[in-house]
Design a protein around this ligand. Structure first.
Ligand SMILES: CC(C)(COP(=O)(O)OP(=O)(O)OC[C@H]1O[C@@H](n2cnc3c(N)ncnc32)[C@H](O)[C@@H]1OP(=O)(O)O)[C@@H](O)C(=O)NCCC(=O)NCCS
Length: 154
């Protein structure tokens, strides 16, 4: 999945792989990582994905559960793409989350995944972020950083 998304080098992916496997195993055993697989007769597994029940703070309107479903690790084998495999998996995940009485599912979409989720009714949320590795610092916006580089106005 990470190779196809193309945001990380092979070295970074390899280096993170052992930790990822360890983390998945731990969350799986704890019942917080629910894996979904799609199988085609005669071929085997063609796609997979997971719901991770990640910790969440309680807030008004949500039932007081300490976790919230988050979709991750969506992958379809290249030869099976464009045939509704991921769409089918996400539909099953939505069904599962509804049955478990969760009120919301969140995810971060890759460029390839966005249209799949959009078609199923996912919408962009109000999440914001600040990169702390690209010269940003708390309280620094792109505009204030440009102003700081230019120096004070005369
Ligand atoms: C993103 C990814 C999981 C999508 O998997 P997929 O199984 O090809 O997805 P689907 O087939 O359900 O949907 C893909 C497209 O096929 C279309 N489609 C859905 N059902 C279809 C069907 N029965 N027949 C034909 N096309 C169909 C969808 O509308 C979608 O079209 P669009 O994206 O051009 O708008 C896959 O491309 C992938 O593994 N990418 C690399 C890893 C990645 O980016 N993972 C996502 C992380 S968020």
């Amino acid at each position: 999945m990470w190779t196809d998304i193309g945001r990380h080098s092979d070295r970074e992916i390899r280096a993170g792989s052992a930790a990822a496997r360890q983390w998945i195993r731990r969350e799986f055993r704890a019942g917080r990582y629910i894996a979904f697989v799609a199988e085609r007769e005669g071929i085997g597994i063609v796609g997979s994905g997971a719901i991770w029940l990640r910790p969440s703070q309680p807030y008004p309107g949500l039932r007081p559960r300490p976790e919230a479903p988050y979709i991750l690790s969506m992958y379809t084998r290249p030869e099976a793409r464009g045939m509704g495999v991921a769409t089918g998996l996400v539909r099953q995940m939505i069904r599962w989350a509804r049955r478990e009485k969760y009120r919301r599912i969140t995810l971060h979409a890759s460029a390839q995944g966005a249209s799949v989720y959009r078609a199923l009714g996912f919408e962009a949320s109000n999440e914001m972020r600040l990169s702390l590795t690209r010269g940003g610092s708390p309280g620094t916006t792109a505009k204030s950083a440009r102003r700081a580089r230019r120096g004070p106005r005369r």
